[in-house]
Ligand binder design. Structure first.
Ligand SMILES: [Zn+2]
Length: 62
């Protein structure tokens, strides 16, 4: 029997970096898109809500 497993992705935190071309860089810390739990590095499964982190994070280019 299949678990009713959620799917989510990691939202990486950004840090302002004026010396960088983009003006910021991504921190290893990231939050679960499903429950918002913060972890200090990407994991395959969210340790808080057990969502499977196999979704593609939406690109933000504006
Ligand atoms: Zn989660």
């Amino acid at each position: 029997m299949e678990e009713n497993r959620k799917h989510a992705y990691w939202i990486h935190q950004k840090k302002e970096a004026p010396e960088s071309v983009k003006g910021y860089f991504y921190l290893p810390q990231c939050s679960c898109s499903n429950c918002g739990a913060e972890v200090n590095r990407e994991k395959t499964v969210c340790p808080n809500c057990m969502a499977l982190m196999d979704l593609e994070a939406p690109k933000e280019d504006e």
